[in-house]
Design a protein around this ligand. Structure first.
Ligand code: AMP
Length: 188
């Protein structure tokens, strides 16, 4: 199964992905986590990415597509993956379609977790308070920028997937449990 969890920053994609990993044995591929691992490892890519992430901008499509393509070829992904934070641009979505086509597979579901943006600020501030400074992009200024980038570059993926009959939406303003059961109904 190939599942895309879609939503604005702070919508709860990571939380829901973690549950699906525990409950269904899928592998979560979070491009944000991969970039944070590169930063923690002090790699050249990590150094470049950190600056971009701290500004709330997007890392280049080529880098992200390469990162996902390499990861999806690993044996642990054979059972299925949850894409969390990828694709984030139409170019990434097109590259993903090509990549999956070449492997004779395709996307099963795109689940949009819909949230009220005012509430996102409260969530992000909570996450920042809980995680200390583990995520240097969790602050109101960067969130404002990340939301603008989401609307400009990522939201256009909604009609892209809707046109392909792949898109479902769930209300992300309910409890984690309720969001999880709405997601489960879609994923089957
Ligand atoms: P996330 O943890 O998904 O919120 O991602 C944190 C940051 O990593 C984003 O604000 C971007 O700077 C970068 N990033 C993560 N995934 C992508 C992607 N698919 N394309 C471009 N940049 C990304």
């Amino acid at each position: 199964m190939i599942l895309i969890l879609f939503g604005a920053p702070g919508a709860g994609k990571g939380t829901q992905a973690t549950r699906l990993v525990e409950e269904r044995g899928l592998v979560q591929l979070s491009t944000g986590d991969m970039l944070r691992a590169a930063i923690a490892a002090g790699s050249e890519l990590g150094l470049r990415a950190k600056e971009i992430m701290d500004r709330g901008d997007l890392v280049s499509d080529d880098i992200m597509v390469g990162m996902i393509a390499e990861r999806m070829d690993a044996p642990d992904c054979a059972n299925g993956v949850i894409l969390d934070g990828f694709p984030r641009t139409v170019a990434q979505a097109e590259a993903l379609d090509e990549m999956l086509d070449a492997r004779g597979t395709g996307i099963d579901h795109v689940v949009e977790i819909k949230v009220d943006e005012a509430a996102l600020f409260a969530r992000i501030e909570n996450r920042a308070a809980e995680s200390g400074d583990a995520r240097s992009d969790d602050n109101a200024d960067t969130l404002r920028k990340r939301l603008a980038v989401y609307h400009e570059n990522t939201a256009p993926l909604l009609p892209y997937y809707e046109a392909r009959g792949l898109l479902s939406s769930v209300d992300g303003m309910t409890s984690i449990e309720d969001v999880a059961s709405s997601v489960a109904k879609i994923v089957g």
